[in-house]
Design a protein around this ligand. Structure first.
Ligand code: ADP
Ligand code: MG
Length: 357
C-alpha cells in the first residue's frame, strides 16, 4: 500500500501548491465560510489549512486519509453528476503518503475535536487523540516529500513555490466570493479576501469587489456585465430523459435545483499588453478550455478589441459535465458546448456592438 500511495501521490501531489489546492477544495466542499492558509518556506516547511466547515465525524477520520475509501464515484455514470470539487478520495491519502500530516477535526460545537497523525504510513491501529478544536477542520502538512528525496530535489526556490501557491489561492478566491480567505506566508499576512455582505443586486455570480480584491487590479471602471440565460437548453436530448423541467432551471437526479446560465464581466480593450483577466469558471472550477477561449478571442478580434479581458462563470447542470478528463480537473467536457457557445457569442457580440455602433 505504501508504494501505491506514493505512486498516486506523484499524480496528485506534484508540488506544494497542489496540496494547498486540494486542501482548499476540501474545505469548500465542507461548506466552510472562512478559511485560513498558513504557509512556511514556500510550503516546503509547512502547509496548514484551517476551516470552519462541517468537520469530520471521529468514526470517519481514518477513512478520510485512506486511499479511495471516500471516493464519491460509485460508477462511471455517476461521474456526470458530481457537484463537489473533490471526488476521487485520494488527495489526503496521497499527501499523507509523502509528508507528516496532522488532521484535526470537530463535527459539532462541543469545542473538542480528534487528532490523527500520519507520517508516510498509516498505523495499523491509528490513534485518535481528543484535542481542543472549534467546529471544522485543521490539516497540517509538514516536511513534504521527506521520504521521497527525488521529488524534494525537484522543488524550486521558496519564492517560486510560494508564487505557485499564491496564484492557485487567487484562482480559488475568484471561484467563490461567499468564502472569506486569508493567506499567510512565514507568519506575514499576504492576502485577505473578505466576504462582501452587501447584496449583489445584479445577481452576478461574482461581484466586482471580489474580482478586484483577488486580482489586485482596478476593474470596476471598464467592466461590462454579461448575463446569459441557458434554461432553454435544458431541453437538450442528452439530459431531458432523466431530468424534470421546472420554471427557471430544473431538478437533477437527486432532486436539487440546478441553474443553467453564464454571468460575469468583460473588459473591452484593444491593447493586448493590458493584463486583463481571462478567466473561465465552470461550476466553481477554473477551466482551461481552448474551444471557449478561442471563440472569445475571435469575438474580441472582430470587434477590434484584441486585448479584451473576461471573467465568465458558467453555472451548468452537472449532467452536462464530465470533469474526470484529467487528474488536475482543469480539463472538462461540456456536452451541449456548441449550443452554449452560440448563446454566449450572441450575448457578447450584442454587448460589444453597443461600444462601437
Ligand atoms: P475527496 O475530496 O476526493 O473526497 P480527499 O482525499 O480530498 O478526497 O478527502 C477525503 C475525505 O475526507 C473527503 O471526502 C471528506 O469526507 C473528508 N474531508 C477532507 N477534508 C475535509 C475538510 N476540510 N472538512 C470536512 N471533511 C473533509
Ligand atoms: Mg478532496
Amino acid at each position: 500500500p505504501l508504494l501505491i500511495n506514493q505512486l498516486a501521490a506523484g499524480e496528485v501531489v506534484t508540488r506544494p501548491s497542489a496540496v494547498v489546492k486540494e486542501l482548499l477544495e476540501n474545505a469548500i466542499d465542507a461548506y466552510a465560510t472562512n478559511i485560513e492558509v498558513h504557509i512556511t518556506q514556500g510550503g516546503m516547511g509547512m502547509i496548514e489549512v484551517i476551516d470552519n466547515g462541517v468537520g469530520i465525524h471521529p468514526d470517519d477520520m481514518v477513512m478520510a486519509v485512506t486511499r479511495h475509501a471516500t471516493s464519491k464515484v460509485a460508477d462511471v455514470a455517476h461521474l456526470h453528476g458530481i457537484t463537489t470539487l473533490g471526488f476521487r478520495g485520494e488527495a489526503l491519502a496521497a499527501t499523507a503518503a509523502v509528508s507528516r500530516l496532522t488532521l484535526i477535526s470537530s463535527h459539532d460545537d462541543s469545542g473538542i475535536g480528534r487528532q490523527l497523525q500520519v507520517a508516510g504510513i498509516l498505523d495499523d491501529m491509528p490513534k485518535l487523540i481528543p484535542v481542543v478544536h472549534h467546529r471544522g477542520t485543521t490539516i497540517t502538512v509538514k516536511d513534504l516529500y521527506f521520504n521521497v528525496p527525488a521529488r524534494r530535489g525537484n522543488l524550486k526556490s521558496i519564492a517560486t513555490e510560494f508564487g505557485h501557491i499564491e496564484t492557485m489561492f487567487r484562482e480559488v478566491a475568484l471561484a467563490r466570493a461567499d468564502v472569506a480567505l486569508t493567506l499567510f506566508h512565514d507568519n506575514k499576512k499576504r492576502l485577505s479576501l473578505s466576504v462582501n455582505t452587501i447584496s449583489n443586486d445584479n445577481e452576478n455570480y461574482l461581484p466586482l469587489s471580489r474580482l478586484e480584491q483577488a486580482t489586485g487590479l482596478a476593474l470596476t471602471e471598464q467592466a461590462i456585465e454579461v448575463a446569459v440565460d441557458l434554461s432553454s437548453l435544458t431541453q437538450h436530448p442528452s439530459i431531458s430523459s432523466h431530468s424534470t423541467h421546472v420554471t427557471n432551471g430544473y431538478t437533477d437526479n437527486a432532486g436539487a435545483m440546478q441553474s443553467a446560465r453564464i454571468s460575469g464581466w468583460l473588459w473591452p480593450s484593444c491593447d493586448t499588453n493590458h493584463h486583463l483577466p481571462k478567466l473561465i469558471y465552470v461550476n466553481g472550477r477554473l477551466v482551461k478550455e481552448a474551444l471557449i477561449s478561442n471563440q472569445l478571442r475571435q469575438m474580441a478580434q472582430s470587434a477590434q478589441l484584441a486585448g479584451m479581458g473576461y471573467a465568465l462563470y458558467f453555472e451548468l447542470p452537472t449532467q452536462w459535465l464530465n470533469v474526470n478528463v484529467h487528474p488536475s480537473k482543469q480539463r472538462i467536457k461540456i456536452s451541449p458546448l456548441n449550443n452554449i457557445m452560440a448563446h454566449l457569442s450572441h450575448a457578447v457580440r450584442a454587448k460589444l456592438r453597443t461600444l462601437n455602433p
